[in-house]
Design a protein. Structure first.
Length: 172
């Protein structure tokens, strides 16, 4: 229960939808509870929970027939031009988006999934590269590459936002 907020925030950024994020977290917690016997005491519980959460998310994506990874990997050039990604929002979510998260959250949400996962898990959730590699089931080098590319895409998107809002003048 200590990690519930972190799980929800990651799920929300993965799904881009509040109701779906709640469903993913609920299913992940249920799966974690059912397989708690397989958890190795002394290992990182957060990383284990994030792994379950990610697997639940990917299973839901596969079940609904959406090919998120391939589709989002193709949209790398759109990150700079995406000022508002497609998200199903009600007025409350729009208000929170504007007031609390702003441009940084929009830029993060616009990142393609593989880069968004790496940035969220390392920079927001504080997992180590090794833990993220376990969560994502990929080599540490891949985590480092995705993190570097994701940060670069964020930097470019945020520089554009800063110029649009008058915080920075001229070119990069």
């Amino acid at each position: 229960m200590v990690h519930l907020d972190s799980l929800y925030h990651v799920a929300l950024r993965l799904t881009r939808n509040r109701a779906e994020a709640e469903d993913v977290v609920q299913e992940a917690c249920l799966r974690a509870f059912r397989s708690f016997h397989s958890f190795n005491p002394g290992t990182n519980c957060r990383a284990w929970l994030f792994t379950i959460l990610r697997n639940v998310f990917l299973n839901r994506v596969r079940t609904h027939g959406r090919e998120v990874l391939e589709a989002e990997m193709g949209g790398l050039d759109n990150v700079e031009s995406a000022s508002e990604p497609h998200v199903d929002r009600n007025p409350e979510e729009q208000f929170l988006q504007t007031m609390l998260h702003g441009d940084v959250d929009r830029a993060l949400t616009a990142l393609p999934l593989p880069f968004r996962e790496a940035v969220m898990l390392v920079d927001i959730e504080g997992l180590t590269y090794r833990e993220v590699a376990e969560v994502l089931s990929c080599p540490i080098g891949t985590v480092m590459s995705r993190l570097s590319r994701g940060r670069a895409l964020l930097r470019r998107a945020l520089a554009r936002f800063a110029r649009e809002h008058g915080y920075v003048k001229g070119e990069e």
